[in-house]
Design a protein around this ligand. Sequence first.
Ligand SMILES: O=c1[nH]c(=O)c2ncn([C@@H]3O[C@H](COP(=O)(O)OP(=O)(O)OP(=O)(O)O)[C@@H](O)[C@H]3O)c2[nH]1
Ligand SMILES: [Mg+2]
Length: 214
Amino acid sequence: MIGEGGTLVLATRNKGKSKEFREAFGKLGVTVKDLHDFEGIPDIEETGATFADNAYLKAKAVADILNLPVLADDSGLCVDALNGAPGVFSARYAGEGAGDKANNAKLVRELELLGAIVPESEEGEGPRLSSPARFACSLVLYDPADDSRLGAEGTVEGYILREARGADGFGYDPLFWIPSRRLSMAELSVEEKNGISHRGNALRKLLALIPKAN
Ligand SMILES: O=c1[nH]c(=O)c2ncn([C@@H]3O[C@H](COP(=O)(O)OP(=O)(O)OP(=O)(O)O)[C@@H](O)[C@H]3O)c2[nH]1
Ligand SMILES: [Mg+2]
């Protein structure tokens, strides 16, 4: 299902996601294109109630326009103290078109208002944490040639930091603490992030489902 010439189209305009997929697919000799490589593709409205619904919406809409197999990623952050928010609204938590900075500021503010605090005794000495959380990712690879789709999901568990750490990654990465690494997601290289992330976990599952060429 991966396009001819070892090229795969990713239905995203998020450069952070593309960078991570390029690192992962580069190792497999697959070149990744995203929506910045094509003209005239409209924004796809993400009206689904779940990550899986939205990933399918994006993959199918773009695949039908390009007449090529397309991979889409819908992902987000689910915070326990916020009953799973921002979830599918992660990209627009602080409002439509809000950037990472505004979204992160809102997350810290909301948790502060709630007084959400993980006691130090629970987490040991380290940075100040506010709530358990997880990143979730749904991937859908849709092929318009036979209307077929493959899907996979991945998560990674962690805690929301009360202060940002690290400069790599994107989105909420500087606020996401990984207890097993004792680092924030933004303190990992792209390769290290792919090794443990929701996206990396979903991609490994998806690749296992793709029939080999021979
Ligand atoms: O710190 C983060 N590290 C990650 O690894 C990550 N993955 C997702 N997210 C957040 O969830 C939204 C996805 O929303 P989303 O799937 O609709 O993507 P998007 O709108 O950014 O791009 P597109 O793929 O739809 O074009 C993103 O914008 C981010 O806020 C992440 N944050
Ligand atoms: Mg989106």
